[in-house]
Design a protein around this ligand. Structure first.
Ligand code: FES
Length: 414
């Protein structure tokens, strides 16, 4: 038997068991829409230890590099690879019932529960209370978008706001009649199998056109179906993200964003007079989502190059265009944007901060999951006091923890 740890839970699996079966046995839901046929490409796991203890990658996994596997295809291969596995795993060998050394396999799904997101912004004296003015309205039974009928229903009307990050995705569900937020959900961007930063994703999309978009659509479908409303009552979705994430979502070619002068195809078309805005508009059906098929899916305009629609949303949120004071906005993420200015002039720049937040250059970096240090305080005794998500023993440090740590190190006695 091999010890298989998935998302921190451990089971013992016999030779031939798939990681998908192991996850199911542990009660862990693995995204799938093909009944483990190797077709949907959604059941991806990242193997962090013991990959040699698995069967060789199947034909259906040719699109995956590094430590990523399809959990329905990757099987425990204890007998065939035992010596190889043990040799590859000197750090933490386990012992089976007879006391013999056994292999350990550790992996995690691309959709882990309990990802922490910030729900309450600090009370900055910035921004404005926007008047409720949704594009979607109703006239009796008629559901309208900008006055044009798209459906008939007597039920509620809902909308989703999505921040599509390179690493993390956050969805918020709103009642469009009252403006009330009903629910939110967040999960890691499953496109990580195509690389951790935007340039790697651009390159991956060039080799496997459309696969990143389809995988994301599968994960979004599951997330939307878990929201506490009928998905078909969702008539509008607004999407922001950096230029690459936004354009991949809308099925645009991202090749030009990866080449100097780093322009989205929408920017190039606007420069050629082919369009009047860099915003994108599609429908629920075309975006492969379970919301109303005629729902409007709107991608907010980008600023320029890698300064995308998420930066535009930040500017809108603090209403920098009407500010006399000079405002600085830092959207620190895998792709980071810096914005500085006021109503007279606004400057924006982008830079990758990914290595810090994905553990690329920080050995103990991790997502904002249980076990991640999110608060760091340097006490007067010189000791660190840590806040850990889930109140568990610390396993690593997430982005908020890193920002806290830097702040405390700058302020503290040196
Ligand atoms: S379950 Fe569909 S590819 Fe594995």
């Amino acid at each position: 038997m091999v010890a298989v740890t998935i998302n921190g839970q451990t089971t013992h699996a016999a030779d031939g068991a798939s990681l998908f079966d192991c996850a199911q046995g542990l009660g862990i839901q693995v995204p799938t829409s093909c009944q483990q046929q190797g077709k949907c490409k959604e059941c991806i796991v990242e193997v962090t230890e013991g990959i040699d203890g698995l069967s060789a990658p199947a034909e259906q996994e040719r699109h995956l590099k590094g430590n990523f596997r399809l959990s329905c295809q990757a099987r425990v291969a204890e007998a065939g690879n035992r010596s190889l596995t043990v040799a590859a795993l000197p750090a933490h060998p386990s012992r089976d019932r007879e006391g013999a050394v056994g292999a350990i396999i550790r992996c995690h799904t691309m959709r882990r529960a309990n990802m922490r997101i910030e729900r309450h912004a600090f009370g900055l004296p910035l921004g404005r209370q926007a008047a409720l003015d949704p594009a979607v309205t109703r006239d009796g039974e008629r559901i309208l978008i900008d006055g044009a009928e798209i459906a008939r229903s007597t039920g509620p009307i809902h909308g989703i706001a999505m921040d599509l990050g390179t690493t993390t995705i956050v969805l918020r569900l709103f009642d469009l009649a009252s403006g009330e937020q009903i629910a939110d959900t967040s999960f890691e961007n499953p496109q990580r199998f195509g690389g951790s930063d935007v340039m790697a994703r651009i390159s991956y999309d060039g080799e496997h056109r459309g696969l990143l978009m389809r995988t994301l659509a599968g994960y979004l479908t599951r997330a939307i179906e878990e929201l506490p409303v009928d998905p078909r009552s969702i008539y509008e979705m607004v999407v922001v993200g950096n230029s690459t994430m936004r354009d991949l979502f809308f099925g645009q070619s991202v090749y030009s964003i990866g080449q100097s002068p780093y322009r989205s195809v929408t920017e190039l078309e606007m420069a050629e007079g082919k369009r009047t805005t860099t915003s994108l508009t599609s429908t629920g059906r075309r975006c492969l989502l379970p919301i109303h098929p005629q729902a409007r899916v709107y991608g907010a305009p980008i600023i320029s190059g890698h300064v995308g629609a998420d930066a535009a949303a930040c500017m809108l949120a603090v209403d920098i265009a009407h500010e006399d004071r000079i405002i600085a906005v830092m959207d620190i993420g895998t792709n980071t944007e810096l914005i500085l200015g006021n109503r007279h002039r606004i400057l924006a720049a982008s830079c990758p901060a990914g290595p810090a937040f994905e553990g690329g250059a920080i050995a103990c970096g991790m997502p904002a999951l249980d076990g991640a240090i999110e608060d760091v305080t340097l006490g007067s005794d010189g000791g660190f006091h840590l806040g850990v998500i889930g109140g568990t023993a610390p396993q690593g440090i997430c982005g908020s923890g890193l920002v806290d740590l830097m702040s405390e190190l700058l302020d503290g006695p040196i």
